[in-house]
Ligand binder design. Structure first.
Ligand SMILES: *[C@@H]1O[C@H](CO)[C@@H](O)[C@H](O)[C@H]1NC(C)=O
Ligand SMILES: *[C@@H]1O[C@H](CO)[C@@H](O)[C@H](O)[C@H]1NC(C)=O
Ligand SMILES: *[C@@H]1O[C@H](CO)[C@@H](O)[C@H](O)[C@H]1NC(C)=O
Ligand SMILES: *[C@@H]1O[C@H](CO)[C@@H](O)[C@H](O)[C@H]1NC(C)=O
Ligand SMILES: *[C@@H]1O[C@H](CO)[C@@H](O)[C@H](O)[C@H]1NC(C)=O
Ligand SMILES: *[C@@H]1O[C@H](CO)[C@@H](O)[C@H](O)[C@H]1NC(C)=O
Length: 450
């Protein structure tokens, strides 16, 4: 038997849920829309700390219509890219949430899904129009008392160029533009006025994660970060057989890394260098030009280095990451000197042990040269940080199975944590037989430096 009296409270609850859910959502389309094509519509969704998970639509013409939109606060715009399937970007909520967790600001999600869910060619054509539309809106904000220098635009892919167009229309007065893997296709050979560039805002920071495919290869900002060299990201599929993620994994990693930087789980220092190869070869570990602050830390908080970076005009930097969070790696400079008569080429694997756990650095991007009484400088990157190294292991290999086994006679090896304040670890007189791991306790290094 059905109890009607039970239904009444149920109905009330339903009504309440319905009321509470009066949030504006990002436009949801599907592949069909993208296939037929959509024409540009721009919706501005406001999120604030008062209402962090519930967006409200802001009027393009009447700013005072929304009491939550407080122009005394800084405003951050988040702009997505091409939407080939028409679905809402999966990262948008995370981004909004983290931005609000960090600062009391207005976050405006720029929903141009109608306009982005179409052919790539049309989406590109819409970027200038979207830029003009946002410029008009920001000018209105300015009329109502907002300061341009408190405006930050974060744009992913095509969104980065949209931010650039807005920035140049406002004569570079916006406070900051962050470009997350700015789109490369149809922009790569464009002059600066047709893409993001460093004159578009007072400070422009750019992350590259897929510069050999969907992203932009050349530097575009005051600082450009090339994660893992800026082309292939760890954990992303290497073959087309992995389906859709093959196309977007590297590209989308830029957003994931940036959001991760806001959570401050750990820090990735980025080293100025002319190429990834030189960086991996340990040739770019100097940070003196940044004084006591050290080399810039990738991500949201890079503004701490703004003054130096503006003086330097353009800085290209590199860092490496793990395949998932915590993304940051721990870098050590490693100096090895041998006393074998002959030159040896090979790879070194270092392991640190601590309290039953270990962390490994494999230096195998290229064979390193070891020469009698000559210091070989290497960059050893560990997947996690270990506060107190109890033991370490070393292994030398050449990858050559046919030749006789080598012995590397190490006169001294020194590992220096690249975050200052930690003492270097040394060991003297170690015999490394090829492919045999040797484990020992590191000791304090002798002074003066060798
Ligand atoms: C911007 O786009 C919105 C919606 O697409 C439209 O209502 C508004 O009038 C546009 N603003 C300008 C200045 O074109
Ligand atoms: C949150 O936003 C929704 C939609 O605009 C609105 O109905 C609701 O009153 C807001 N809640 C608060 C606490 O401001
Ligand atoms: C703007 O919105 C406010 C609040 O809803 C309203 O009072 C005002 O008349 C609107 N102004 C215009 C020009 O529409
Ligand atoms: C607007 O924001 C400022 C700065 O956070 C704050 O002092 C002020 O009270 C806010 N105004 C309203 C109406 O919430
Ligand atoms: C940008 O410069 C142009 C030309 O000098 C000027 O007309 C325009 O008002 C300026 N806009 C802003 C936002 O400063
Ligand atoms: C060492 O590891 C054990 C077990 O994983 C853990 O309970 C303990 O807290 C660790 N000690 C330190 C000093 O990290």
């Amino acid at each position: 038997m059905f109890h009607w009296q039970l239904l009444t409270p149920l109905l009330l609850i339903t009504v309440q849920i319905y009321e509470a859910q009066e949030c504006e959502k990002f436009t949801k389309l599907n592949v069909g829309h993208a296939f037929i094509g959509t024409s540009l519509t721009i919706r501005l969704l406001l999120y604030t700390r008062e209402n962090g998970t519930c967006g409200s639509l802001i009027s393009h013409t009447n700013i005072s219509a929304n009491p939550q939109f407080n122009l005394s606060r800084p405003t951050t715009f988040v702009i997505h890219g091409f939407r080939p399937t028409g679905s809402p970007p999966v990262w948008m909520n995370d981004m909004t949430e983290q931005l609000l967790a960090r600062s009391d600001i207005n976050v405006i999600v720029v929903d141009w899904n109608r306009g982005a869910a179409t052919s790539y060619f049309n989406a590109v054509k819409n970027t200038k129009k979207a830029g003009a539309n946002l410029t008009a809106f920001i000018e209105l904000m300015q009329e109502h008392g907002a300061s341009l220098s408190s405006i930050h635009m974060i744009g992913f892919s095509l969104g980065a160029h949209i931010a650039g167009f807005v920035g140049s229309s406002l004569n570079g007065s916006l406070g900051r533009i962050t470009g997350l893997d700015p789109a490369g296709i149809m922009f790569t050979h464009s002059p600066p006025q047709d893409r993001l560039d460093s004159t578009d805002a007072q400070f422009v920071d750019v992350l590259h994660t897929d510069s050999d495919s969907l992203g932009f290869r050349e530097p575009l900002g005051h600082i450009d970060f090339y994660a893992n060299g800026g082309t292939d990201q760890p954990g992303c599929p290497k073959t087309i057989f992995s389906g859709e993620s093959y196309f977007k994994c590297d590209h989308q990693r830029s957003v994931i890394l940036y959001i991760d930087s806001m959570t401050q789980t750990c820090q990735s220092r980025a080293y100025p260098c002319s190429s990834y190869k030189d960086f991996l070869n340990g040739k770019c570990l100097e940070c003196d030009q940044f004084g006591a602050a050290g080399c810039p830390v990738f991500g949201y908080d890079v503004t701490q280095w703004k003054d130096t970076l503006l003086k330097l005009k353009q800085t290209k930097t590199f860092f490496t990451t793990n395949a998932k969070t915590p993304f940051c790696m721990t870098n050590y400079k490693m100096d090895v000197m041998i006393w074998n008569k002959d030159v040896h080429w090979g790879y070194i694997t270092v392991k640190f042990h601590y309290n039953g756990t270990e962390t490994v650095a494999t230096i195998d991007h290229a064979a390193s040269e070891f020469k009698k009484y000559t210091e070989t400088k290497l960059l050893a990157q560990f997947d996690k940080d270990i506060q107190k190294v109890e033991k370490m292991s070393l292994k030398f290999s050449t990858g050559n199975v046919l030749k006789p086994k080598y012995k590397l006679r190490v006169l001294r090896i020194r590992l220096t944590h690249l975050e200052p304040e930690q003492r270097p670890l040394c060991r003297y007189d170690v015999l490394l037989e090829e492919n045999r791991e040797v484990t020992f306790r590191p000791i304090p290094c002798e002074v003066p430096n060798f």
